[in-house]
Write a protein that binds this ligand. Sequence first.
Ligand code: ADP
Ligand code: DP6
Length: 343
Amino acid sequence: MRTSVRPIGSATFEAPPNIALVKYWGVRDPERVLPYNSSVSMTLGRLRTRTEVRFDPGLADDRVVLNDAPATGAPRAAVVAMLDRVRDRAGVDARAAVTSDNNFPTASGLASSASGFAALACAASAAAGLRLSDRERSRLARLGSGSASRSIFGGFVLWRAGTRTDGVDSYARTIFDERHWPALVDLVVLVEDAPVKAVRSSEAMQSTVRTSPDYPGRLEELPRRIDRIVRALRARDARRLFPLVMEECDSFRDVCETTRPPLDYLTAPSRAVLGEVRRMNREAGRPLAAYTHDAGAHVHVFTLEGNLARLRARLGRLPGVRSTLVVRPGPGALQVGRPRSRR
Ligand code: ADP
Ligand code: DP6
């Protein structure tokens, strides 16, 4: 058995989920989590995963507690796989105690896997004594969950797909920080009875790659759409941005619906939210707001601060809407407290 050569101990990190403005959907290499397309997201303020990792030579096995319950099966295996990667790199043998809490619903399309694996990658590597750059953390987090590569960073984030087979050039970075566009808000519309996903997105997306006839066309369109979205963000131009965000969301939903068997993440209340946003935009004669959703029933509605009250009142009273939450762009992963070191 190898012994630890670096100081090991514990570390706690918080990391945010993110909402994709351009969706990551499809991998060219599932093992290394290398996507077919680049993606763009906004890092969500207020929503956090907080994860503590403590390497302890006295433990016989890894102990993983998620949201106050011992993790088992696939969720535990994914955490242990991340710990193994870190142990390998750091030359650490000790097992770890991992405690992680999400302050928002898990596995319902609010990107708990993104915040969860970003927090875990940061906490585990720091606890093992590795000093990683944000770029290295992004690559490490990517191996736990693709979208986690973006949750290392704050503000508006671009994850470049990269072209290399080893994945070294597939990582995310901030393109505009969280102070870039103070008037832009994301109204998260939480719907009642949002199903908890049985199949992780990383698995579901591969059936789209295999079976959706629209997938190749989507991939062809994406570089141009990404370029236009980045320009609209840079110019803080809601009139240009909002239609593009909805176009992208519709393209994502289309390839899900044309997957065999179809992937349908929305519920009747989520569809009502999309319909109401379209209606409000028609009534206003301009893009007042933009809807988007990931692989889940909750809907994100972007708008400018001045429209927020009106939008919140209209969407909040739709049947099946449980609550709304105002979220602004937030910072990336952050260490909590000071790490304690052993040996
Ligand atoms: P979501 O839309 O919330 O990202 P996914 O189904 O894509 O849903 O991912 C949910 C999975 O992510 C969970 O089943 C679990 O395996 C993992 N996960 C969620 N939160 C955490 C966490 N805090 N720490 C580690 N893994 C987590
Ligand atoms: C629709 O990277 O979250 O949210 O690791 O299986 O959870 P898992 O997959 P993940 O897939 C994200 C899919 C998406 C789009 C996006 O966030 O870019």
